[in-house]
Write a protein of this length. Structure first.
Length: 300
């Protein structure tokens, strides 16, 4: 039997006594992922082993391939995370997605590279920190009334700030982290965000994510609502163009998050290649597709 590791973290792993304790509010997504993968993997003679990515190296013995899974605290300790992936690869265990991919994707400055490669991206300004003066300049440059300030290394909208032009922070305000600043696009609340799930470079499924009333964040932590979506030929082409713009071959899995711009075309918000939630509820064939792609990777 071939054993596939599924990396999790201390706040997504189920507690041994079955309570909710200090699990993340979206840890149920970990449960949905493993519940979708385990039976499909078993049908393909693959065993899924869930393991904390911070476990000692000897806990990874016997794994034939590792999926980064729900290691959703990686952004809090990115150096340790990259080091662990490197150590596992050095032991001859394929990691998906690889250290090369993670290193490229871990800082959102990868969006600049995608833009240089012709990808449609949201206008962005980049800062080692952000001040009030930077916000004033960004409001003028983008000609908008709201800005979104995001961490360059972050996930799930954690640490993100929405700033209105009429409610600027004080002159001594600093964001405190390396950041990206973008205009707030009303489409996120009006139409929602689109996610395209690719397995082995091929579309598995797509979905639309809408925020809860009065919010703009689409993650389940904030009450976001997801529904299956059948993309048009043009929309699929836009998402596929992002995969083609990567500076490496299509990874085992990728989630391309996109938002419609004023020209009615889709722009990439994020290319999630590290540990994205892959929404098995909207893609019931996800487990089978992923198992087949893994078998192909392992040449089994």
């Amino acid at each position: 039997m071939t054993t596939i590791g599924f990396l999790a973290c201390e706040t997504t792993l189920p507690l041994p006594w079955g309570g909710i304790g200090d699990r993340r509010g979206d840890a149920f997504e970990h449960d949905l992922m493993t519940a979708a993968l385990e039976p499909a993997f078993a049908q393909a003679n693959l065993t899924l082993k869930v393991i904390d990515w911070e476990a000692p190296l000897d806990h990874f013995a016997g794994l034939d391939l590792i999926i980064l899974g729900t290691a959703w605290n990686y952004q809090d300790k990115p150096d340790a995370f990259l080091a662990k992936i490197g150590e596992l690869e050095a032991r001859g265990i394929p990691v998906c997605n690889s250290a090369e991919v993670v290193r490229w994707n871990i800082n959102k400055t990868y969006l600049r590279e995608l833009a240089k490669r012709g990808a449609a991206t949201i206008p962005t300004r980049w800062f080692s920190n952000v001040s009030q003066a930077d916000l004033i300049d960004a409001f003028a440059a983008f000609d908008c009334d709201r800005l979104v300030v995001k961490l360059q290394v972050g996930a799930g909208a954690l640490g993100q700030v929405l700033i209105h032009s009429e409610a600027l922070p004080g002159a001594d305000w600093r964001f405190g982290h390396a950041a990206m600043v973008q205009p707030f696009l009303p489409a996120i609340a009006e139409e929602g965000e689109f996610s395209f799930i690719f397995i082995g470079g091929e579309l598995s499924h797509a979905l639309r994510k809408r925020p809860a009333k009065g919010d703009y964040r689409i993650q389940s932590l904030y009450g976001g609502i997801e529904s299956a979506y059948d993309p048009t030929t043009e929309e699929l082409a836009a998402a596929s163009a992002i995969i083609a713009a990567f500076p490496f071959a299509a990874p085992l899995y990728a989630r391309i998050d996109m938002l419609r711009g004023s020209s009615n075309s889709l722009m990439v918000m994020e290319a999630e290649l590290i540990e994205p939630y892959l929404y098995p509820e909207q893609g019931p064939q996800l487990g089978d597709r992923l198992a087949c792609a893994i078998l192909k990777r392992l040449e089994l």
